[in-house]
Write a protein that binds this ligand. Structure first.
Ligand SMILES: Cc1cc2nc3c(=O)[nH]c(=O)nc-3n(C[C@H](O)[C@H](O)[C@H](O)COP(=O)(O)OP(=O)(O)OC[C@H]3O[C@@H](n4cnc5c(N)ncnc54)[C@H](O)[C@@H]3O)c2cc1C
Length: 392
């Protein structure tokens, strides 16, 4: 069967692209090993943070401002609200200083007309009693932002894509992109089938460099620990007593979520350097050292969670570009090939506008956001620029 466009990968990058391209009139199919949403996909999770705060990076803040309207619309459209606007609490153990993630985010929010509420130690204890008294002395609470139930969002979007006529082909693992001269003409699947199309979009997350090896020098898969804890006092971790948080995140990597409305757990994770892992061959394990690091953090920050049982762990993979910016662009030498990946641990929040970005990239359309995310050369020593990320 021939399609106009094939999308390889049905995570959030793939499914939003498929929907947007189908709505532009292209006969579109998306291929994925499945089941969908795929259990090992980065997009498949109980929650992902939606935050505007990117330090002094106005570009990302503006992107999230646009995405937030989309999350509200999807809340109306989907059978149930999957975006929870709990607000975000970003606090520090020392006074916020110029150049720091929190200080620059606070300044940029105000510059763009938002109303973050500054917090000192007394205010943190009064409003958010789960925090260890006087352990954090500065920061802010921003009412806009929160978390989305990412796995359910992907499920809802796959359903919507099918309703719009996207051919969702689960059970298909692509192992080869067929190039004739300098043009992509088809993909081959491990089922033995060949799917032909005028254009192919590789949206295979951390697996992307396996399909487009020329990206391996600039795109790595890194594993990051995630923990689900069962609190003894759930009310302490329930909004408005508790919100999505970052705890000196650029210095420590620690961030987390309020009590999950369905799962009844508090999820905490670390946005740090991570562990280099092969997306297909390496085991994804959370180690005793990871758990030790978590308990040490809890002891300094959330006394009520220090002994809380861990009911689930996961080492989830980022598709990390060297500069930590998304990768949404045409292959410069191969016609009919676009790569949409590089979420670098912060891509999910853009979901409501991702489809348009990727469809514009496929069509080669002018889009003010795209130049930064296009195909680019990077020196091996290029360092990451995502302001909230703990770079060790
Ligand atoms: C621990 C962790 C925490 C995160 N927290 C946040 C957060 O709080 N906020 C935020 O905005 N972002 C966050 N992110 C980032 C976000 O999850 C990702 O940027 C986003 O989900 C990436 O989506 P994707 O579609 O590129 O990849 P994925 O969701 O991984 O999907 C890739 C898909 O490709 C398929 N695939 C792979 N190989 C093949 C093949 N050969 N053939 C066919 N299909 C294939 C897979 O089965 C999978 O379904 C986090 C990521 C991780 C790992």
């Amino acid at each position: 069967m021939r399609h106009d466009i094939l999308i390889v990968g049905s995570g959030i990058f793939g499914v939003t692209a498929a929907l947007a391209l189908q709505q532009r009139g292209y006969k579109t199919a998306v291929l994925d090993p499945g089941p969908l949403p795929h259990p090992l996909a980065a997009s498949t999770d109980i929650s992902k943070v939606v935050r505007m705060e990117y330090g002094r990076d106005a570009h990302y803040m503006a992107l999230v401002e646009a995405a937030l309207d989309g999350w509200q619309q999807w809340n109306e459209e989907f059978a149930e609200p999957l975006y929870h606007e709990t607000g975000v609490t970003m606090v520090t153990q020392t006074l916020m200083a110029p150049g720091s993630f929190e200080y620059e985010s606070y300044r940029m929010l105000r510059q763009r007309g938002h109303k973050p509420e500054r917090l000192n130690a007394a205010e943190i204890s009064r409003r958010f009693p789960a925090w260890k008294p006087d352990a954090y002395i500065d920061g802010f609470y921003h009412p806009r932002g929160g978390f989305v139930e990412s796995g359910r969002v992907v499920t809802a979007l796959i359903k919507k894509a099918k309703q719009h006529g996207v051919n969702v082909l689960s059970g298909q693992t692509v192992y080869d992109i067929v190039r004739v001269a300098d043009r992509v003409t088809a993909v081959r699947s491990e089922t033995g089938e060949t799917f032909t199309a005028a254009h192919v979009v590789i949206a295979a997350g951390a697996w992307t460099p396996l399909l487009v090896p020329e990206l391996a020098p600039v795109m790595k898969s890194t594993g990051h620990p995630v923990f689900h804890l069962k609190p003894a006092h759930p009310a302490l971790f329930t909004p408005p007593n508790f919100a999505v948080f970052t705890a000196d995140v650029a210095r420590t990597g620690w961030y987390g979520f309020p009590l999950h409305p369905r799962e009844g757990v508090v999820k905490i994770a670390n946005h740090g350097v991570g562990q280099l892992l092969h997306p297909r061959d390496d085991e994804r394990r959370v180690t005793p050292q990871d758990e030790h690091n978590l308990r040490a953090f809890l002891a300094t920050t959330f006394p009520a969670l220090v002994d809380a049982p861990i009911v689930y762990t996961r080492r989830c993979l980022y598709c990390d570009t060297l500069d930590e910016h998304l990768w949404l662009g045409h292959h410069p030498q191969v016609a009919g090939l676009t790569v949409a990946a590089g979420g670098s641990g912060h891509g999910f929040k853009f979901a409501p506008i991702l489809g348009t970005l990727i469809a514009d990239a496929v069509e080669g359309k002018e889009n003010p956001w795209l130049p930064r995310f296009g195909w680019r050369q990077m020196a091996p020593e290029t360092s990451g620029e995502e302001a909230a990320r703990h770079h060790g």
